[in-house]
Design a protein around this ligand. Structure first.
Ligand code: BDR
Ligand code: CA
Length: 315
């Protein structure tokens, strides 16, 4: 089977790390480059975590390119209360063996699809800053990718960082707006926290199954999500911790896992009390749809992909 050529843009924290395992180790993706952005953690920390995660996937050779170190107009607000101070559960992971590359993430996002038009799939797992800055330089960029999948938003307005907003959009709502202003539903698919909350929750039984696999990748995936598990129990009220970025990556790798999706016109609130909230216009008089929103994913299929990947012994 032909591997899916991928670029992954990530603010690597603990669930991004698992998404990178799916992309790089599972036999479905061919990760050509990883670009990093400030979000869950400061840029240097996220870049370190991306390098560690690729190494855990047996793909320490994939180039990692640091990008924007703060949102377009706002100060950086991280999610270290969720993912740990180091973004990886504070379990004392050793430094990666390789270093990041000097080319800026935005240049990489611009250059790769110019060299391989229509071939690459872009998956974004963090705030949309790098992609938005790239779009300011090339407004046709989205169409140069085969498709763009973003872990972004909460289409049911059930938020995780505020009452109604999801972290990645909340962290840089101006960037999300730039992306939505240039998107079409054929080019861009968003997989939001609503789908993750329903279809990607690691129940205690799932957590035990992951831990008991006993392979290096399963142990890594289990341990880095330690602080998320505590946060989810105390804050979200879910029956476990959810894996938003791995779910988005699974959709990119295996689109047939999608059970429900809609095409809609989506905007983003920039107001203080609703910052980052999606404005989904479903009226008959709404402007033309600008994005495809994934609303439900095959939970069993997603988890089998996760467990099967983590069960691999690595390279
Ligand atoms: C998103 O925010 C981050 O904490 C996760 O990595 C994911 O990308 C979920 O709202
Ligand atoms: Ca993320």
């Amino acid at each position: 089977m032909r591997l899916l050529p991928l670029i992954v843009d990530t603010d690597t924290g603990s669930d991004d790390a698992v998404a990178l395992l799916l992309a790089a180790a599972g036999g479905l993706g061919d990760v050509r480059a990883v670009t990093t952005v400030a979000g869950n953690v400061p840029l240097a920390t996220g870049t370190r975590n991306a390098l560690i995660s690729l190494q855990a996937a047996g793909r320490g050779d994939v180039p990692v390119h640091p990008g924007c170190e703060r949102p377009m107009t706002r100060p950086l607000s991280t999610a270290q209360q969720v993912h740990g101070h180091d973004g990886m559960g504070d379990i004392g992971l050793p430094d990666p063996e390789r270093a990041a590359r000097p080319e800026h993430a935005v240049d990489v996002l611009l250059d790769h699809p110019r060299r391989h038009p229509g071939e690459l799939t872009l998956v974004t797992l963090g705030p949309l800053t790098n992609l938005a800055v790239a779009l300011l330089r090339d407004r046709d960029l989205l169409g140069r990718y085969r498709h763009v999948y973003c872990m972004a938003g909460a289409a049911d307005m059930h938020g995780n960082i505020s009452a109604t907003a999801e972290f990645n959009v909340w962290a840089d709502p101006e960037a999300a707006r730039v992306v939505l202003e240039r998107a079409t539903p054929e080019q861009v698919t968003w997989i939001g926290w609503d789908a993750s909350r329903k279809d990607a929750v690691m129940t205690p039984a799932d957590q035990l199954r992951l831990e008991q696999l006993g392979t290096p990748m399963a142990t890594f995936a289990h341990r880095v999500n330690r602080t998320v598990a505590e946060w989810a129990r105390d804050v979200t009220g879910l029956a476990g911790y959810d894996l938003p970025d791995p779910l988005a990556m699974a959709v990119a790798l295996r689109p047939e896992l999608v059970l429900e999706q809609e095409r809609a016109h989506v905007g983003v609130s920039l107001a203080d009390d609703t910052r980052g909230q999606l404005i989904v216009d479903r009226r008959r008089s709404a402007p033309a749809p600008n994005v495809t929103l994934v609303r439900r994913v095959d939970e069993h299929g997603f988890k089998e992909l996760l467990f099967n990947t983590c069960a691999l012994e690595g390279q």
